[in-house]
Design a protein around this ligand. Structure first.
Ligand code: PLP
Length: 427
């Protein structure tokens, strides 16, 4: 028996796409154009006034990007999505729709180092204040909430890996205080975790990682879960108050359960400007077609390597929730039973210097600042991605001096293990 609904593998290949009406092209065409001709003046007026959907100018929408938006909305189970230039741009555009100067949001301390920087420093210029909480202790989110708090932000699997966040516990707090929960689902991808099923209201992605999957394109995505009721809520004026530039339209009234996605496009993307290139959208779409296959193999390879390292005499600890006995194993069984992803950390005996020697000696693993590539990648966060943080912030972010992070690729497991063994012998 089937329920008549396409499954995840089918959606990964087909959602949002159909043969090109003009040419019959089967792969999504790359609409490499800046702008689109109007039928007539009335058509132009209705597009600009948000009375009709259509294409105006690639900075605020493009047919290739639109296929990507529909596909991620389908895979995450959201109402609508928006493609932007990078994961970081996705975060700025989301907060631009939610926060006014002087507002606060609560974020988990365990985040990608670039997000910690963005929230701590760049957002100060907008008057947005981050308040940190501990994702291992959901009650710390509650304690951090004040009348100025407008959102909660967590990563589902936290970079640099090894941390599974209890989304349902944190979402219960967000719901009690009627504030939206934003989940960065980059590390898990919807193949491993679907945060809307666990109470998230908004999802962001760095599509640069597993969605694109091949280390060739920077991109970001915002998905609207359609679950948050903005209507009449004065704390979110971008959504609930008349917009002067759209003849007094109130986005939550006109667009209902996809008003947040519209606010991100019609206010954030339009005015801040971080558009995704249609060419990158095409590459990310092509990547998503194999997302289920890749994520499964990434996770299987990572588990095999984590098991090997856990019994290695040069390794002091391994933090991978797929390992039995890991502190996050039970949460992994609950939230991502198919696998705990590709990225994890371990401690090399000998601290900072041994970590630097290890990354220098690896041959098959590439030493670089990215994750989510077909190729296996390695980094020593303390000397690179987390370098700008204080010692204390580094330890709190899981990036102490001995920590090495792997993003396990799709190569043969035995080749990866051999490479790690020879580099550990020299570390
Ligand atoms: N979120 C996570 C979890 C990341 O790992 C990254 C980048 O590494 C970002 C967001 C930022 O994404 P981008 O580099 O596409 O701006």
């Amino acid at each position: 028996m089937t329920d008549g609904k396409p499954g995840f593998n089918t959606l990964a290949i087909h959602a949002g796409a159909s043969p090109d009406a003009a040419t019959g092209a089967r792969a999504t065409p790359i609409y490499q154009t800046t702008s689109f001709v109007f039928d007539d003046v009335d058509h132009a007026a209705s597009l600009f006034g948000l009375q009709a959907f259509g294409n105006i100018y690639t900075r605020i929408g493009n047919p290739t990007c639109a296929v990507l938006e529909e596909r991620i909305a389908a895979l995450e189970g959201g109402t609508a999505a928006l493609a932007v230039a990078s994961g970081h741009a996705a975060q700025v555009v989301v907060f631009h729709s939610l926060l006014q100067p002087g507002d606060e949001f609560v974020a988990s301390r365990k985040l990608y180092g670039g997000s910690i920087n963005q929230f701590t420093h760049a957002y100060k210029n907008f008057g947005w204040q981050v308040v940190w909480a501990d994702s291992d202790d959901p009650s710390s989110f509650e304690a951090a909430i004040t009348p100025k708090t407008k959102a909660i932000f967590v990563e589902s699997i936290a970079n640099p890996g090894g941390v599974i966040v209890d989304l349902e516990a944190i979402s219960a707090i967000a719901k009690e205080h009627r504030i939206p929960l934003i989940v960065d689902n980059t590390m898990a991808s919807p193949y491993l975790i679907r945060p809307f099923e666990h109470g998230a209201d908004i999802i962001v992605h760095s599509a640069t990682k597993f969605l694109g999957g091949h280390g060739n394109s920077i991109g970001g995505l915002i998905v609207d879960g359609g679950s948050f009721n903005w209507a009449g809520d004065e704390r979110y004026p971008m959504l609930s108050k008349p917009r002067p530039e759209y003849a007094g339209m109130v986005l939550s009234e006109t667009f209902g359960n996809f008003a947040f996605a519209i606010a991100c496009r019609a206010l954030g993307l339009r005015d801040l400007g971080p558009a995704l290139s249609p060419f990158n959208a095409f590459l990310i779409l092509t990547g998503i077609e194999t997302l289920p296959l890749r994520m499964q193999r990434h996770s299987d390879n990572a588990l095999a390597i984590a098991e090997h390292l856990a019994s290695h005499d040069k390794v002091s600890w391994v933090s991978y929730p797929g390992l039995r006995g890991d502190r996050y194993h039970d949460l992994a069984q609950k939230y991502c039973p198919r696998g705990a992803g590709a990225v994890f950390t371990f401690g090399v005996k000998g601290g900072y210097d041994a970590g630097v020697r290890l990354v220098s000696n690896l041959k098959l693993f590439s030493h670089l600042a990215n994750i989510g590539d077909t190729r296996s990648l390695v980094i020593h966060p303390a000397s690179t991605t987390h370098r700008q943080l204080s010692d204390e912030q580094r330890v709190l972010a899981g990036a102490g001096p001995e920590v090495v992070r792997l993003s396990v690729g799709l190569e043969d497991t035995k080749d990866l293990i051999e490479d790690l063994d020879q580099a550990l012998a020299a570390a």
